[in-house]
Ligand binder design. Structure first.
Ligand code: KIV
Ligand code: ZN
Length: 385
């Protein structure tokens, strides 16, 4: 079974979410939690972007010991120098050089021909090799790059010493089959791709970032990039907790594993949400408040009889405490009885019949029924004797 490396970019791509600006202390706090979570690479920032980012990368590199700390860099000397300045004391630094390769980016953003672009890759990687032994190269907008040119780019970067090749779907445009096909093509056409780490980096513009990442795993990649809670530019990045839990829950299907400590997921998600101010929707997979809740009577009854009926993983597997079912108008008699017992109010069948009728009337009037509401219902019944 191959091991998939997890490259976390919450502190770089994630911080590019509109309105998010993390202080150095906040970045350090999140980085330490990511280390606890077991990610393999922490992209702490873009050192050339601002003095604050450079310092943040440096501070993260000082404290993190069990993951490689990484800085983003354009394919230019000044950025590489800034990255080295921030990472020179790191235990195991990674330099992440990127340049856009698609026709749109070449023409409008960079104004470079294909040959000029290949020259930039050669020049920047050979310069960076003086400082860094671990270099990741990303072909930005790889997904919309001509496949034969992408193969040339990857070949060039491998020859120039890149140890990791990342092929991002920068604008979240590809379908899972297309994204997987791109990796299969590159693995087939470019020599020595089995000697390097091939990495997937997906954005969620069409809601397919996680599906694309999983398709890339099936096509042979050995690293997935993403962010906690899926935060990031526009619609965000692949949510790492979703990719990792999909792999864990369907291990037989994907035939891969990670070094993740899943029980740290809930805590990490809460920390990132609190410090970025980015609220996690209740129905978000894995870490949403409702992800392990059951409201309908049929589901509650099923889960009370056997959790596997409606749960494919347990809340404890992500470090979340078990919470009682939400009681509402869809809830059934079985869950109602069990909840009253849990609250210390066991009732006879006869009483349950009466109380359950009142509970349904109340649930029609009130959006959510609290434990206090349930106790009030029972005590009213007791009073009326
Ligand atoms: O989405 C992207 O292409 C990126 C690169 C800088 C790797 O974030
Ligand atoms: Zn990105």
């Amino acid at each position: 079974m191959r091991t998939i490396q997890i490259f976390d970019t919450t502190l770089r791509d994630g911080e590019q979410s509109p309105g998010v600006n993390l202080s150095i202390d906040e970045k350090v706090e999140i980085a330490l939690q990511l280390e606890r979570l077991g990610v393999n690479v922490i992209e702490a920032g873009f050192s050339a972007a601002s003095p604050g980012d450079l310092n943040a990368v440096r501070e993260v590199a000082k404290v993190v010991r069990n993951a490689s700390v990484c800085s983003l860099s354009r394919a230019v000397k000044g950025d590489i120098d800034a990255a080295w300045e921030s990472l020179k004391d790191a235990e195991n630094p990674t330099l992440h050089i990127f340049i856009a390769t698609s026709p749109l980016h070449r023409q409008y953003k960079l104004g470079k021909s294909k040959d000029e672009l290949l020259e930039s890759i050669r020049g920047s990687l050979s310069y960076a090799r003086q400082f860094f032994s671990r270099i990741e190269f990303s072909a930005e907008d790889a997904g919309r790059t001509e496949r034969d040119f992408l193969a040339q780019v990857v070949d060039c970067a491998i020859r120039e010493g890149a140890k990791v090749i990342n092929l991002p779907d920068t604008v979240g445009y590809l379908d899972p089959d297309e994204y997987a096909e791109m990796f299969r093509y590159i693995r087939q056409e470019v020599p020595r791709t089995d000697e390097i780490i091939l990495s997937a980096h997906c954005h969620d513009d069409l809601g397919m970032a996680v599906a694309n990442s999983l398709a890339a795993i099936k096509a042979g990649v050995t690293q997935i990039e993403g962010t906690i809670n899926g935060i990031g530019e526009r619609a965000g990045n692949a949510a790492i907790e979703e990719v990792v839990m999909a792999i864990r829950t369907r291990e037989d299907f994907y035939q891969v594993k990670t070094t993740f400590r899943h029980e740290e997921i809930a805590r990490t998600s809460r920390l990132v949400s609190k410090l970025t101010g980015m609220y996690v929707p209740g129905n978000k997979a894995i870490v949403g408040e409702n992800a392990f809740d059951h409201e309908s009577g049929i589901h509650q009854d099923g889960v009370l009889k056997h959790r596997g009926t409606y749960e494919i993983m347990s809340p404890s597997s992500i470090g979340k405490e078990e919470v009682p079912f939400t009681m509402g108008k869809h809830s059934g008699r079985h869950a109602f009885r069990v909840r009253l017992e849990q609250l210390g109010y066991p009732q006879s069948d006869e009483r349950i019949n009466v109380l359950f009728k009142r509970f349904k009337e109340l649930a029609d009037r009130k959006k959510s029924i609290t434990d206090e509401d349930l106790i009030a219902l029972v005590e009213e019944r007791v009073h009326k004797g």
